[in-house]
Design a protein around this ligand. Sequence first.
Ligand code: GLN
Length: 207
Amino acid sequence: MGASPIIGVLAIQGDVREHSKMLVESGAVVREVKHASDFAGVAGLVIPGGESTTMGILADKNNLFEPLRAAARELPVYGSCAGLIMLADVVTDARLDQPTIGGLHITAQRNAFGRQRDSFEIDLDIDAIGAPAFHAIFIRAPLVTSVGPQVEVLCAMKESVSRDDTHSQDERIVAVRQGNLLATSFHPELTSDLRFHQYFIEMVRSA
Ligand code: GLN
């Protein structure tokens, strides 16, 4: 893999610009992916945060589910927040029968933190990216409530985050990796900390 891999960012909805900026600052070349033909030549793909229901509807309209599913099988793919939901095999608390790309053997519970803490920020220790703690921004975020045997938990939150948080510590999983698939409940793209994007680019370089 060359020094500057081409990384696609699914660009139909959500924080596309923020991810693109972080990827460029981390040494990648970015391609906005809007049509099936945009996948040619990309070495990795980012599914941004946003609104997974809308993203699913638009992806379907643009006939993107098939190439997105192929990408999730063949390429390093990173999903943040709504992107995590899109990669999940199973989604709970979905408003409608929400189609996902799937491939990541997790159950994602949408809007899992309840009204008490719709949005919050918290520092998380994540071994995979090293010290210091990562300042994680959560916005109507999903939780990973179950993981398959191939899934590596990169981060499970230790503190209860709201009064209506009924999850146990083990269930409060907010970052996972399964081989070529990486997903976070939070939004590194809304910080200036490049470590997650650098970690992902390393996955692409070594794929
Ligand atoms: N709650 C949103 C969803 O279900 C995700 C929010 C986000 O990406 N910030 O898609």
